[in-house]
Design a protein. Structure first.
Length: 381
């Protein structure tokens, strides 16, 4: 790991997740942020390091080059869910040693730690919320009572962080409007989920035989596991009855035993290079019913020229009115829509790539992020 860049701006990057491994869209986005910031600033990272075993053991870990320092705090159940004093202590030690100019708190309760440090060291705070987290907890509470118990605490932690932050960023216009009820709009910036247009694009796309229907996501995440249940109970049977050659494939790390629940589908696990898998698909489905934020996997599939059939939640955070290859249907009509697309739709069509690139390409999002960090840091200097 080399020394930080020649920029005089020093950034403390607090991550409430394991940024060393791309478990999901949240950690992938955080890693993109780190890579962009390390190219322009001296970045010191403090993150929660997840256990190396279990379902995520197959996911390799690394961090972007150019970071000035990295501090990994072992993740504990209570510390992750509520509060981890050792995480705050480690971050405080880095602040004392480096005197960072600005704190960037990335995801969920990182904002609470960032708010405490910002007050303690009198430094500006940028809170990268991703979503309105208390609302996500409430959405997940139907299947996980613990989320419901924690939702009031998450609300308070989020409210404190947003109120004390010099600037707040979030992913969707809906989130922006929610936070706009708490703080003035000039302290808010929309940074949508980004995709790598050099990787996810219509080039060399072509559906394989037999026609493959993909569902992509971290299958340890409850809304994605619920989507697998929906696929098993309401989609696979009717589709295979009408199109028996179709092949259902689930992409993403999954908990033990999930692959045994649906013998008619392939559970491929974590795929380090997703673009070729998307490009070979005939169709991508997103029958998600709960959750929050932006469905970046839906954007990546559209960028590859694929037809996507999704629920309203499966298209959340995306400007669906502009997407010619995105078909949003209620769950009762989902199987029929898949059958119709397999029989009458086209496998590849690049119609959405240009506007997706203009709106969601990673390079544009990261340029806005680095500009925001420099602007906030200059206020202190």
């Amino acid at each position: 790991m080399r020394e930080g860049s020649q920029s005089t701006t020093k950034v403390l990057f607090l991550a409430h997740i394991d940024v060393s491994r791309p478990f999901n869209g949240t950690s992938t986005r955080s890693r993109q942020f780190l890579r962009a910031l390390a190219a322009q600033a001296e970045v010191h990272v403090v993150y929660m390091d997840s256990p190396r075993g279990g379902v995520g053991a197959a996911i390799g870990g690394d961090l972007p080059d150019g970071l000035a320092s990295v501090t990994a705090v072992p993740q504990s159940g209570f510390g992750y869910a509520v509060f981890d004093r050792s995480f705050l202590t480690a971050a405080s030690a880095v602040m004392q040693e480096t005197g960072c100019d600005v704190i960037l708190a990335d995801f969920e309760k990182a904002g609470l730690y960032g708010a405490i440090l910002a007050r303690r060291f009198r430094r500006p705070l940028i809170y990268s919320t991703h979503d309105v987290e208390y609302a996500r907890y409430l959405a997940l509470a139907r299947r996980d009572w613990r989320r419901g118990v924690l939702a009031p605490y998450v609300y308070l932690a989020e409210r404190v962080a947003v109120s004390l932050a010099d600037h707040v960023t979030c992913i969707t216009p809906t989130d922006l409007a929610s936070f706009g009820r708490w703080i003035p709009s000039d302290r808010l910036t929309l940074l949508p989920g980004g995709f790598d247009s050099a990787e996810f694009n219509p080039d060399h796309a072509g559906a394989a035989v037999p026609p493959t229907i993909l569902f992509v996501g971290n299958l340890t995440y409850p809304p994605n596991r619920e989507a697998v249940e929906v696929i098993s109970q309401r989609i696979i049977g009717p589709v295979l009855e009408q199109v028996p050659q179709a092949h259902f494939r689930m992409i993403g790390v999954y908990p033990p035993g999930l692959d045994k629940t649906e013998p008619r589908a392939e559970f491929a696990g974590f795929v380090p290079d997703l673009a070729p898998v998307l490009k070979a698909a005939r169709l991508v489905i997103v029958p998600v019913l709960r959750g929050a934020g932006m469905r970046i996997k839906t954007v990546e599939a559209l960028a590859c020229g694929k037809q996507v059939v999704a629920t309203v939640k499966g298209a959340e955070g995306i400007d669906a009115a502009r997407a010619t290859r995105l078909r949003i249907v209620p769950l009762d009509d989902f199987a029929d829509a898949v059958i119709d697309e397999l029989r009458h739709g086209t496998a590849d069509e690049p119609a959405d790539f240009a506007w997706l690139t203009e709106t969601y390409a990673t390079e544009h999002v990261l340029r806005r992020l680095t500009g925001l960090v420099e602007s906030v840091a200059r206020r202190r200097k």
